[in-house]
Design a protein around this ligand. Structure first.
Ligand code: SAM
Length: 194
């Protein structure tokens, strides 16, 4: 679709990280298969993935949170352009300051690397009983698989260590079972243990 292509081009020109095609395909196929209806996304950027998720079918509602004002404004514009104002609720705030009462059958975490665990713990109470939490960028552009000595900066190394901690947290959680799929930039799918 042309408008989606425009969004991707805007993101590329303005250096805004949006989900890769492979990741989007995985996510939208997952939503269709699990019949997710009420979705919470942390990290809207310009609304690209929220729009893609909402377009899976018309029964879906997406609530999405963004803390950057410029991106939030752009997302508002894009959601309007796609005529999805009724099915995408956009919240402008730091997600960790947002308290929600609703339950979601899918929580999609795509925010600041290094904050995934805080965000997971902040919103896990909003997960419906058979719901899923999906986290993107578990590979962090391949840095997570690199030898630490080869990682080009201290900042990146710090984030890599946080992602490794988060992976450990997910994989050893008593309440949840997690599978990490090697698609896109690495996608973790978490569900309650049976
Ligand atoms: N999901 C988007 C997509 O694929 O179209 C891409 C999201 S981008 C990778 C991450 C976004 O999360 C950034 O725009 C950033 O400003 C936002 N973000 C990071 N930490 C956040 C937080 N604590 N609360 C809200 N937004 C946050």
């Amino acid at each position: 679709m042309n408008d989606l292509k425009e969004l991707k081009e805007y993101a590329a020109i303005n250096n805004i990280p949006i989900m890769q095609d492979e990741g989007i395909d995985f996510l939208t196929t997952f939503i269709a298969k699990k019949q997710s209806k009420n979705i919470l996304e942390i990290g809207t950027a310009i609304g690209y993935s929220a729009i893609q998720m909402a377009r899976v079918n018309e029964n879906i509602h997406v609530t999405t949170i963004e803390r950057d004002e410029v991106r939030y404004m752009e997302a508002l514009k894009n959601i309007k352009k796609f005529d999805l104002e009724d099915r995408i609720t956009l919240i402008f705030n730091d997600a960790l300051n947002v308290k929600l009462d609703e339950e979601y059958d899918l929580i999609f975490i795509d925010a600041a690397k290094g904050k995934d665990k805080d965000i997971f713990e902040h919103f896990e109470g909003n997960l419906s009983i058979n719901g899923y939490i999906i986290t993107d960028n578990m590979n962090f552009h391949g840095y997570v698989q690199m030898n630490e000595e080869d990682i080009p900066s201290k900042n990146i190394l710090g984030l890599v260590r946080k992602i490794k901690d988060y992976t450990y947290f997910l994989e050893n959680h008593m309440l949840y079972k997690t599978t990490i799929y090697q698609v896109g930039d690495g996608i973790a799918v978490t569900e309650r243990r049976g």
